[in-house]
Design a binder for this molecule. Structure first.
Ligand SMILES: NC(=O)c1ccc[n+]([C@@H]2O[C@H](COP(=O)([O-])OP(=O)(O)OC[C@H]3O[C@@H](n4cnc5c(N)ncnc54)[C@H](OP(=O)(O)O)[C@@H]3O)[C@@H](O)[C@H]2O)c1
Length: 332
């Protein structure tokens, strides 16, 4: 079916939708057909504002639309698993926002639903498809840094949206699930393996979710990673990848744009690695279309998503217990 146009439906009027609207509108293989919201009026208003042909006043009704091929799930984190499973069981392919799920049982239920329905399911970690991320992986894998030793990163911003789900623990809130998931994911991706042991500290807010998280991960072969995430500092994001011969600095690692530069430092010399980028969200949309239309495996496998959830759960357990936590080698 390579000539087919894939019809997308948004589950909710989430803020992040606006990043995908222009990408879907510009893609020859994809079309934004419908939006669902918890009320008719908000769905209708949203559809009018963003020129979306169909609107539904409940998520169920969108899933009942036989012309929807792909569901985009940008619900608050605690609803990712429930609505992804429902969408798969309704026969839809699903692109589910990060963090994929909040427990390994949820990941497994989502994977089972994908297997049983035969539909594509993958996580919307948009930065993973960007040329800068692929170039950083290629540099590490080429051995240009020497032996990989140390990875450092951060993702923080000031969260001042009162009542936002990110502040509520029971809704999957907390800076680690929200933005710390990026440096955790980048480090795992660059190492190409799961951490063996983690340690974390957290400061929690009134909703019980972490406002600040500081974490470390130990990988096989003497590779270590450290990161911080938070809602109480100004916007900061970086990744530093240190090998025995050289170090790669990525000043805009998680939301890269069209013209980014990474810095490769080897002794006294500094090389600027220019990245002819692309729209940050087009990669995940085209990856999904390749998976559905051409049968290609999505770039982010379900095992990969499971590994990220497992690492985050272990970090949270460590912060609660105040001790390092091992990750069993057979976690994936
Ligand atoms: N990849 C990225 O770049 C990126 C960036 C930002 C966010 N995200 C992810 O996208 C997801 C959404 O984030 P967001 O900031 O866009 O969310 P948001 O603006 O708060 O929207 C979430 C939507 O979920 C619906 N909803 C259903 N039940 C709800 C409940 N109990 N409480 C609140 N809302 C409820 C609401 O839509 P209706 O009222 O229309 O039903 C709401 O508008 C999160 O998982 C986040 O991690 C990803």
């Amino acid at each position: 079916m390579p000539d087919q146009i894939l019809n997308w439906g948004f589950l909710s009027t989430a803020r992040i939708n606006r990043a995908l609207v222009p990408v879907l509108n510009a893609s020859p293989r994809n079309r934004l057909l419908a939006v669902a919201s918890r009320s008719d009026s908000s769905a209708e208003l949203y559809a009018l504002e963003w020129k979306i042909p169909r609107s539904y006043g409940s998520y169920e009704r969108l899933l009942e639309d036989p012309e929807i091929d792909i569901v985009y799930n940008p619900l608050p984190n605690h609803l990712h698993a429930e609505w992804t499973v429902k969408a798969l069981q309704a026969g839809k392919h699903v692109l589910c926002e990060k963090p994929f799920a909040l427990s390994l049982a949820e990941v497994d239920a989502m994977s089972t639903a994908a297997r049983e329905s035969g539909k594509v399911l993958t996580e919307a970690f948009m930065y993973r498809h960007h040329p800068q991320t692929l170039k950083a992986q290629a540099i590490v894998n080429s051995g240009a840094l020497g032996k990989l030793q140390f990875i450092r990163g951060a993702f923080t911003f000031t969260l001042n949206r009162e009542g936002n789900f990110r502040l509520q623990k029971e809704m999957g809130g907390g800076s680690l699930w929200d933005v710390g998931c990026y440096p955790v994911n980048f480090a795992r991706t660059l190492v190409g393996a799961e951490p063996l042991e983690v340690f974390g500290w957290q400061d929690t807010g009134p909703g019980g979710a972490d406002m600040v998280f500081v974490g470390q991960m130990r990988f096989e072969g003497g590779i270590h990673a450290q990161f911080d995430s938070g809602f109480a500092s100004p916007f900061r994001a970086f990744m530093e990848i240190v090998g025995s011969e050289a170090a790669l600095n990525i000043p805009v690692p998680f939301k890269p744009g069209r013209n980014e530069i990474m810095h490769l430092r080897r002794g006294e010399s500094l090389e600027r690695v220019k990245i002819p980028g692309q729209n940050l969200y087009s990669g995940e949309v085209e990856d999904m279309a390749d998976a559905v239309l051409l049968g290609q495996p999505p770039r982010i496998s379900l095992e990969d998503s499971r590994g990220n959830v497992a690492a985050i759960l272990a970090l949270l357990e460590s912060a609660r217990a105040g001790r390092p936590v091992d990750i069993p080698p057979n976690i994936i």
